[in-house]
Design a protein. Structure first.
Length: 485
């Protein structure tokens, strides 16, 4: 008989139980508790059963309809409102347990890694959906006025770290609700939750700064206290390298290089090609690799497991911005580097819904481009792209981004805006009809239905087609696309 761990057995039992005739009896809270208890027990998740075990859980969570996630009675709603913050903490605790198990694996397989990436991503889907429900019903207030300030449920801290205070060499993974953020987070073969990476640097006097590579400014340095005043982030996760001395040297090395370039009036340009072999330009995640590699004379390279870009390479976006590498360092990769621990996580409830709509929009756009769609001619995007290139040059240089790259990014922005608004409209209608929002998977399905109907209307030269198929050109094969996860 095929071997399943105790965790897989619990997950599959919960799934089977929820599929009985009494489907209304399903309780996601009970399932989450079962997973949490099992992960806390030694030996339940191993390199041998990792892929199968986590696959059983993520498949169940991904397929969970919104109707099964929201409270079904006034009594249950009152309970969730009271206990909502604790349930958010439980989701965070599950990720800490998953990270602990992952860090203990000596030689994890690619299948295990991909399953772990999906487990983190789907856990955040569930967590964010709960947070959205709490916001809509007055159970979750506004975020603190500074990043990493305050406590649960907006700032969750790993008990092993003691506090969310930042140390030199710490790495911050960030996610915003902009199209650039969504594009970076979702371009890998295994999509991620984060779009930007910054590192805590320090000067010779011990003063701390944030060092990061930005589009279009290049690598910049910001005093830490000033940086923490910015709460325009949907989510921030702090990761810490296991060797404090190495982390401290990395912080000093990256600060010195970035500061020297800025003082010379030649900031390190942005590396749009995502080529890790070129240190003359740096993209955001590459900044951390450079810091740790330089601090250890090349002994430490980041990340441990880079993102594959197999599907992205075939898109007009990759061609326009000259991305040709098969693998690169995506910000989300560092979550699965076994040399780093999770320190804390910040969430801004006010941006969760907008970020979800944007993530669905960019995920669908990338899937369509990977299936043969292309961008149509767009004079306004041409103008915006060229103007953006001029502005970038004035701001410090556009790196290796040419006219074609700037124009295609302007086209991405326009389609992203259109699809985000459409997703928000679909979601709002669902709230009016059912009393609750759609899940990420449900919203993706609705956007896909809209695309196909609109494509067929456009091919029939119908005036019923929308702006979408003026912005995008469907593949010659027609409106039916091959499904890709």
């Amino acid at each position: 008989m095929r071997h399943f761990s105790r965790l897989a057995a619990l997950v599959l039992a919960a799934a089977a139980w929820s599929g009985t005739a009494d489907a209304a009896a399903f309780d996601w809270r009970r399932e989450l508790l079962a997973i949490e208890r099992s992960l806390a027990a030694p030996g339940t998740l191993t390199p041998a059963n990792c892929s199968e075990t986590l696959g059983a859980w993520t498949s169940r969570l991904a397929a969970l309809p919104s109707a099964d996630f929201v409270p079904r009675s006034e009594k249950e709603a009152a309970e969730v409102l009271v206990q909502g913050g604790r349930w958010l903490e439980r989701f965070f605790h599950v990720r800490l347990l998953l990270k602990r198990r992952w860090n203990s694996f000596a030689s994890p397989s690619r299948a295990c890694l991909d399953a772990m990436r999906r487990a983190f991503r789907y856990a955040r889907f569930g967590e964010d959906y709960l947070a959205e429900w709490l916001i809509a019903h007055g159970g979750l207030g506004n975020a603190p006025k500074a990043l990493l300030d305050g406590g649960p449920p907006h700032v969750l801290t790993n008990p092993a770290a003691g506090s969310a205070d930042l140390r030199p060499g710490d790495v911050l993974l960030r996610r915003r609700s902009t199209f650039e953020s969504g594009l970076i987070a979702r371009s890998g073969d295994e999509q991620g939750d984060f779009s930007h990476l910054a590192i805590v640097g320090r000067d010779d006097a011990g003063r701390r700064y944030i060092v990061e590579a930005l589009i279009p400014s290049g690598t910049v340095v910001t005093p830490l206290d000033d940086y923490l005043k910015n709460t325009d982030e949907s989510r921030v996760v702090v990761l810490r390298y296991h060797d404090g001395d190495v982390a401290d040297r990395a912080a000093l090395e990256i600060y010195r290089r970035a500061r020297a370039a800025l003082d010379a009036g030649r900031p390190i340009p942005y590396n749009f090609a995502l080529d890790m072999s070129d240190d003359t330009r740096l993209f955001c995640a590459q900044v951390a690799d450079y810091a740790y590699r330089t601090a250890t004379n090349g002994q430490v390279r980041l990340p441990e497991f880079p993102t594959r870009l197999t599907h992205f390479l075939g898109t007009p976006i990759a061609r326009a911005i000259n991305v040709s590498v098969a693998k690169t360092f995506a910000p989300s990769d560092l979550q699965f580097d076994r040399r780093f621990e999770i320190v804390a996580e910040f969430r801004n409830p006010a941006l969760i819904t907008t970020t979800r709509h944007g993530s669905v929009a960019i995920s669908r756009l990338l899937a369509w481009l990977q299936s043969g769609y292309d961008f149509g001619s767009n004079l306004l995007a041409e103008i915006r792209g060229r103007l953006a290139l001029v502005w970038a040059a004035q701001a410090g240089g556009p790196g290796d981004l040419g006219v074609a790259g700037a124009v295609v990014l302007a086209k991405v922005a326009e389609v992203y805006t259109f699809l985000s608004v459409r997703a928000a409209t679909i979601d709002a209608q669902a709230v009016r009809e059912t009393g609750h929002a759609l899940t990420f998977r449900e919203l993706e399905a609705r956007l896909e239905e809209f695309r196909r109907a609109d494509c067929e209307a456009a091919r029939a030269n119908s005036s019923a087609s929308s702006e979408l198929h003026k912005l995008l050109i469907p593949p010659p094969s027609g409106c039916v696309l091959e499904h890709r996860e």
